[in-house]
Design a protein. Structure first.
Length: 699
């Protein structure tokens, strides 16, 4: 082993000796100051407003990544992967766009519009080659909630005026107007978050919350297709308990079930599950592209239904006429936007959370970095552009994204193939699906929820890993299912924040000691007591978490309970004095009233025999508080720290702080804490304090 003679490091065999100065926090900062680069503000402003070709190119490539993608595109290297990936994901886009259009309580063509314009826009603004932006089941379901509510209000206005009810076309016009306005709001919110770099808001959506919510959404989505699979027309419900009311209405009409439709749905479900599970999943490593079974089922279902005259012969409900071509763009009407602004905000957050999480996952897997804030702008732009073309809010879809990832898409230009395919569908192929049975789309949507529904299998593992995550998952899931998705979001976020605070409140700090044989700091459970070095007159305690309003009282009580209780010390002092004077009135004469009243008010009944050896109380002269876990402190935390210092000062015990973070230190200084507490008692490590105290009683 090496041996250095410069007083810095010595190693002999398996031992290491480190030599350094003793540092208070103040002395350490003086010796190793944080250096800030001084810049001339005038020069910065000049550079900011200078305009040159290079700067313009950098700005363009920043906000329009397609510029960089095209300039660096290598056809021989990238073209094959992009074409294969784009074509394959197109086969998933088509049935999903039509199905999710119906799921949103709109028409299939509106799903196709949303897919086409989202794909085109993402090519221009997006940074991840694996993100497949377009229709999404969760977004479609949340859109359904908005448009059905607006449609119900529209119909009710006719009833209130005793006027003949509106036509189906008029109701659909109200629905699509609401969907377009909601789409525009979602786009504006996402774009603003990207411009102001507010993607951090997704940190409030825990993995457990997302898991519980998306699973509940899958239950709602699959349930919404059950009536279509049965061929039963149920009432439209909204608000708390709508899923339960839907099932009640469904089973009350169970005699109306269409045998043909339920047979079609069952056959399609079996085919989809068998091919996806037993073929695509099992042999995915041996197949260049997965079998596009969704597209095959849609095509075969349409052909068989058309030549078998399912609609007239068996009463099977079909998709109906799908107009070809595009409608002229329209500015969304925002007259009723206040009715669903909160829904739009929720959609924006969920679109962001689902999309950016998948983008980051693929970026880590393939080693291709993404620009988080530019991704936000891309998601917003997709929704803004789509809103002018009769679309509803969109997001990425996990199955499509995973396909692009597994096929190794090279650039965002793979979306060009998808856009061309969808364009052909809208202009030419779409009208051919007029005979597609609704039960086929229902079966496809139900099966597409399979992976989300299988998240229930993760619950035992979540319970074993973290009980808090389990409760967040379950509460979010149950409230989202049995009440409504909106309430589930509020409950999930609320429970997440509450349990985080509760975790801090119940976190337990512990006494720390030094090993007998070496300079190692030991916690409560890290070694037996006989391996710890007893340091005369010194007790050390590690604070468990940040010191703020929710934890201040708990941590203060833990310090008094586990280190040294000033109340118990004062009580012990009175008992000893009484014994010495042997007087009946000694306790009253020597009563430390302020200590009693403070103890009773702050901490309740005093039990001097609970945790501390009162015979050794007088041996404690110094208490070290390890603040390594304190990353934040507020006014309540500062007040609690001041109170601890004061209580120990009353019994002649000195407090020392170690490992105080710079931000916490600055907060203490700004609050005037160091006016009464000397900075010379703030050290960078426990060994500095011990070295000082071993030579003198005070620093």
């Amino acid at each position: 082993m090496s041996h250095r003679e410069d007083g810095i490091m010595h190693t002999n065999d398996d031992r290491i000796t480190l030599t350094r100065r003793i540092y208070t926090k103040e002395a350490f900062d003086a010796r190793y100051p944080v250096e800030y680069e001084e810049t001339n503000k005038t020069e910065c402003l000049k550079r900011a407003f200078q305009c040159n070709r290079r700067k313009i190119g950098k700005i363009c490539s920043s906000y329009f990544p397609i510029v960089k993608t095209i300039s660096k595109y290598k056809p021989r290297k990238f073209a094959m992967g992009d074409v294969l990936a784009g074509l394959t994901v197109s086969f998933m886009h088509l049935p999903q766009a039509m199905g999710f259009g119906i799921l949103a309580s709109l028409k299939p063509v509106y799903g196709l519009y949303g897919t086409f314009f989202s794909v085109i826009t993402y090519i221009i603004f997006g940074t991840s080659p694996y993100i497949s932006f377009g229709t999404n089941a969760v977004m479609a379901l949340l859109t359904q909630t908005v448009v059905d509510r607006e449609a119900d209000s529209f119909v009710q206005s006719f009833t209130d005026k005793n006027i003949t009810g509106p036509t189906e076309d008029e109701i659909m016009a109200v629905k699509i107007n609401a969907a377009m306005a909601c789409c525009l709001l979602v786009g504006i919110i996402l774009t603003a978050m990207g411009v102001f770099k507010l993607g951090v808001v997704t940190t409030y959506l825990s993995v457990s919350f997302i898991g519980g919510f998306t699973t509940a959404a899958a239950v709602h989505i699959a349930s919404s297709q059950v009536p279509k699979a049965f061929g039963i027309q149920v009432k439209s419900f909204s608000g708390a308990g709508k899923l339960i009311r839907m099932y009640v209405d469904l089973f009350s009409k169970i005699k109306q079930v269409n045998d043909a439709e339920i047979i079609i749905a069952i056959v399609c479900i079996l085919i989809l599950i068998v091919v996806k599970t037993c073929v695509n999943e099992r042999f995915k490593d041996k197949m260049k592209i997965p079998i596009p079974i969704d597209l095959i089922v849609v095509i075969l279902g349409t052909i068989i239904s058309h030549f078998g005259h399912f609609d007239s012969t068996f009463g099977v409900k079909c998709v109906g006429p799908i107009p070809s071509g595009f409608q002229s763009p329209v500015v969304p009407s925002m007259s009723n936007a206040g009715n669903f602004a909160s829904n739009a905000f929720v959609m924006a957050i969920l679109s962001l959370a689902m999309s950016i999480s998948l983008a980051k996952l693929c970026a880590e897997k393939h080693g291709k970095p993404i620009d988080n804030n530019q991704e936000l702008i891309a998601y917003g732009a997709c929704n803004i552009v789509s809103s002018f073309f009769f679309s509803f809010p969109s997001a990425t879809a996990p199955p499509r994204t995973m396909i692009l990832s597994s096929l190794g898409a090279k650039t965002t230009l793979n979306g060009c193939i998808t856009a061309v395919f969808i364009l052909l569908v809208i202009l030419v192929i779409g009208p051919l699906f007029v005979s597609l049975p609704m039960s086929v789309l229902a079966a496809m949507i139900i099966v597409s929820m399979k992976e989300l529904l299988f998240q229930y299998k993760n619950l035992p593992n979540i319970w074993r890993v973290n009980k808090y995550d389990f409760f967040i998952w379950v509460i979010t899931n149950l409230i989202s299912i049995f009440v409504d998705l909106d309430y589930g979001i509020i409950a999930g976020v609320g429970v997440s924040i509450f349990l985080t605070v509760l975790h801090d409140q119940v976190s337990s700090g512990h006494v720390i000691d030094i090993s007998k044989n070496e300079d190692i700091v030991l916690g409560d459970c890290e070694s037996s007591r006989n391996k710890r070095r007893e340091i005369q007159g010194i007790k050390s305690f590690r604070l468990p978490t940040s010191l703020y309003f929710a934890t201040a009282d708990s941590i203060k009580s833990q310090i008094f309970k586990k280190v040294l209780d000033p109340r118990a010390y004062k009580k012990s002092l009175r008992v000893r004095m009484k014994s010495i004077t042997n007087s009946e009135n000694a306790e009253e004469d020597l009563d430390i009233s302020s200590g009693d009243s403070l103890g009773n008010a702050q901490y309740g009944k005093v039990d001097i025999n609970s945790d501390q050896d009162t015979d050794n109380m007088t041996d404690v002269k110094s208490v070290i508080l390890d603040c390594v876990h304190v990353t934040y402190i507020d006014m309540a935390g500062i007040a609690a720290l001041r109170h601890v210092v004061k209580e120990y000062k009353d019994i002649s015990v000195n407090i020392y702080l170690i490992r105080v973070e710079n931000k916490v230190y600055d907060t203490l200084e700004a609050a005037g804490f160091f006016k009464d507490f000397s900075k010379t008692r703030v050290f960078i490590d426990i060994f500095d304090v011990i070295a000082i105290l071993s030579g003198q009683s005070e620093c």
